[in-house]
Design a protein around this ligand. Sequence first.
Ligand SMILES: [Zn+2]
Length: 380
Amino acid sequence: MGWEKLINQNKIKEYFQRVLQEKSIANAYCFYGEEGVGKFAFAIEFIRTLSCSKPFWKDGFYSSCGTCLNCQNIANLKFMNIEYVFSLPAGKSGETESKGTLASLPESQFQEINEKLKNKINNPYTKFAIEGATQIKISQIRELRKTLALSNSLPGRKFVIIFNAEEMRVEAQNAFLKTLEEPRKDVTFILLTTHKEALLPTILSRCQMLFFPPLQKEEIKQVLINEFGKNPEESEIIAQFANGSMTRALDLLDSDIKQIRDEMIDLLSITLKKNFPGKEVTEKINKLVEKFDKKKSFIALDLLEQWLRDALLISKNGPNDLIINSDTLVRLEKFKEIFGQKPIEKAIEVVEQSHYLVSANVQIPNVFMKLFLELRDIFF
Ligand SMILES: [Zn+2]
């Protein structure tokens, strides 16, 4: 990585370039904004540049070298001057309060989390999620305080990155506040959060606050084309659904979004055949949704909804350049020919209701069966 690899957020880049030039490092920062907009990417690059033993100017950015021992150690998770704090899976019942830290996890779990963290450091826009982990415990903050106390003798600036800082409950936040109230010149905290309102005002007031806005669709699209070799059509669809989050875009990249969309449109057209092939529809739905978890179901519904929105736009003779699924123009035109006069808005509503049903834990095959039957009712 390097500053030039970070996706846009130009104001924040300028801010950090100033900080790096003036060497005016704050005691604590709070990066806030939606998931996947670059909060961690900027945090790790900032730390890398400050920790590098041979930083230099590259394309107008004060940058880390990527090859010195410190740079290598950061990439390999061996750099002693960074502490990472994040929610861990709940301990077994009966576990004492002093446990519940990373080191107290079973070896295999510890290794797995370390691998995930290493991946996150080297691909900072990927998702970093640990199953069953929802809370940063007070024991972790106590452990952090001990580690920091011991780090006095380590040379160089120490950094603490707190992922999803809002996952600290009030007791943990109060313990953390104590640490913030005793600032040390050689320690910098970086809190990352999607919900800053869940943090104590007394914590926020001690942080330099930096807002990370959602990324632009076009920015995400360009990254998908240039860095991931995706074609422009697919990149357009993914960028549209990513909703300003590069992490979501990468998630969608793995989901074979185009195939899911095409299968949803196929299902729609089969459902709308004159003689309703009930058995075929049931089989096709079951085959499609057997690989769907909640997340994939949401994606599939979103894709169908967006396609129907395109159909609505075409049926109202809207401008073609607003069409998202422009690679399916032939199908959209044909759909308009047959169903252009039908209430497509109503169909979109029905898809949205299905979204709600999935989140309310209704069986996924039932939701999709109900959906396509209702769509048939609307179009006939
Ligand atoms: Zn270096």
